[in-house]
Ligand binder design. Sequence first.
Ligand code: AMP
Length: 145
Amino acid sequence: MESPPYDDSNIFAKILRGEIPCLKVFEDDHVLAFMDVMPQADGHVLVVPKTPSRNLLDADPAALSALAPRVQKIARAVKAALGAEGLTILQYNEPAGGQTVFHLHVHIVPRWSHVELRKHSGEMAKPETLVPIRDKIVAALAEAK
Ligand code: AMP
């Protein structure tokens, strides 16, 4: 079945254009990373390539090449900042695959063996909860340089 084409009215395209705010963790020429507002665990970060694509299936391989090392760098910082025991990296494709926002993104979710993953696109976190976590991740990224 053919997927619909990329539509730049999606919420991540609006965040990339600066039309909607986000809690930014990292930005360079290739990606913007920010806190997920409905985190599946504390420290849940989304890494969004600036090159538009609906998901992995229509992505430019060059954009994927730039994405992978940035996901790795941010994942290491998230793990260090939160003292996580591990990480779950998620990437959903098409509604049947669980995708809800149709601009490619990678989820970085810190994990602890005793903590259950919360529901995908579940409960909205308060900014006062997210901001101190974001600050810790930004500090860990600065230390990694
Ligand atoms: P997916 O199902 O992979 O498309 O996931 C979309 C993710 O984006 C979910 O985890 C949502 O919690 C998250 N999300 C939706 N809107 C926003 C937003 N405005 N800022 C940050 N995260 C968002």
